[in-house]
Write a protein that binds this ligand. Structure first.
Ligand code: SF4
Length: 442
């Protein structure tokens, strides 16, 4: 049942309050914060980390709660208790899908934690397209939604480019520095005007890609490692112990699906629901419109990447929705649902044979769609190597990293064997050619 007794975030609070944002996707959330600044809000993407975050989370919520909730609550409470913020002028924000998963209860859990700490007066804003709660000081109109979509698209493009360049850069840190610079510039641009043309956004894609192509790189190959799983532990360095950095440091290249894919999954779920349950036709037409809108925008990013002649594009989402056909139904919509399975197939199909499936403690839905789907996927793609890594407050980081090291070592061995087989085949073909040429000369 919806909690009606919450402290609302009012219009009067916009001017004076700092709104704290959990750190799930640093680049995306900084861009989103810049957009919201245009509308008068002061947002702060939290960067506090370390073992005290999970400890604080466990102090203020039950230990059988999902691990992402423990971390987000821990990060909020750690910030509020740090003395850095005037708690009477601070609010918290949570992004919610409004789906049937436990994530829809995170807001109540945060409020419970605040009450336990004697800070029940702190407003908690639910940012949800499903309109889970009403806050007079925080309304998503069409204009804001459009700007947020642009922020997500920019974030996805930057994340994709960093992943494709970082393993090969000759000067360590250059791709990340360039991405930070773009986040700052794009944030200012998105924040400079309440109206921004999409034509301009599209034009920026090419400018961004060009700048990443100018980063000096070395000519070598890296083992590609796909990262899938529950949305928070998949993306958040806090949730996955900085998994992407670990893969890079071990000489690999991480491949991470974008946030737009998750948004499109949420929209497509409503289309699938209509196809299965034949519910409201009006809702179906509206969601179809939103799906097509996002699909077009995502395609533009992919086209710009391919046009560069250097970077890989994205699998069309119309295809992604069918990748899990025969494995799992699109009616499986809790957590990352069918998308998690489809993403593993997408990676395997594209030749990314090493996949890390990040699984938080307490996450039953993703254990079914992730771990539960590993066997049938391996039957379809015998060369694929999927490792499910559990993340929770008590999990040993050393153990997680050892399993990843083993996966990378195996992958490197296979890749070396394949390239020596390819070299030998090439040599043999060359020898045959030379002999044929000599015979012809004679
Ligand atoms: S997806 Fe998993 S971790 Fe996230 S709320 Fe649902 S059960 Fe919890």
């Amino acid at each position: 049942m919806q909690d009606k007794s919450y402290v609302p975030f009012t219009k009067e609070m916009i001017k004076d309050y700092t709104v704290l944002v959990p750190n799930m996707l640093p680049m995306h959330f900084k861009l989103i914060s810049s957009v919201l600044k245009t509308h008068g809000y002061t947002l702060k993407v939290l960067e506090n980390s370390g073992p005290q975050i999970a400890e604080t989370g466990l102090k203020y919520t039950h230990n059988d709660t999902c691990y992402p909730a423990i971390l987000m609550i821990g990060q909020f409470m750690d910030a509020l208790l740090s003395g850095e913020y005037d708690t009477r002028k601070t609010a918290l924000i949570m992004f919610q899908t409004g789906g049937g998963c436990r994530a829809s209860n995170y807001i109540s859990l945060i409020r419970k934690a605040l009450k336990k700490a004697g800070m029940e007066y702190v407003p908690v804003i639910s940012l949800s397209f499903a309109g889970l709660e009403k806050h007079s000081g925080f309304k998503l109109d069409l204009k804001k939604m459009k700007q947020l979509v642009y922020a997500v698209l920019y974030g996805d493009l930057l994340m994709n480019l960093v992943n494709q360049v970082r393993p090969f850069e000759t000067e360590k840190g250059s791709a990340e520095r360039l991405a930070d610079e773009w986040v700052r510039r794009l944030g200012e641009e998105l924040g400079a005007s309440k109206r921004i043309s999409y034509k301009k956004v599209r034009g920026k894609y090419r400018e961004i890609i060009k700048s990443f192509m100018e980063i000096p790189i070395e000519n070598r190959k890296a083992v590609k490692v796909g990262i899938v799983g529950e949305i928070f532990v998949k993306y958040s360095p806090l949730g996955n112990n900085d998994l992407e950095r670990f893969i890079i440091n071990e000489g690999g290249q991480s491949v991470v699906p974008g946030l737009c894919d998750f948004a499109m999954y949420c929209v497509y779920d409503m289309i699938a629901e209509h196809e299965i349950y034949k519910n409201s036709h009006l809702k179906y037409r509206l969601t179809k419109f939103v799906y097509n809108y996002l699909n077009k925008k995502r395609t533009h990013i992919s086209e710009a990447l391919v046009e560069s002649g250097r970077f890989d594009g994205l699998t069309p989402f119309d295809r992604v929705v069918h990748l899990a056909d025969g494995l799992i139904s699109t009616a499986v919509q809790m957590g990352e649902g069918w998308l998690l399975t489809a993403e593993m197939v997408e990676l395997a199909e594209s030749g990314c044979n090493n996949i890390v499936c990040t699984q938080p403690f307490g996450c039953l839905p993703n254990h079914i769609c992730g771990k539960g789907m590993m066997k049938p996927i391996k039957e379809l793609f015998p060369d694929v190597n999927i490792v499910a890594i559990d993340y929770d407050a008590g999990a040993s980081r050393v153990n997680q990293e050892n399993r990843l090291k083993l996966m990378l070592a195996n992958a490197k061995k296979i890749s070396a064997r394949n390239s020596s087989v390819a070299d030998a085949a090439e040599k043999e073909a060359q020898q045959k050619n030379d002999t044929a040429y000599c015979n012809a000369e004679k």
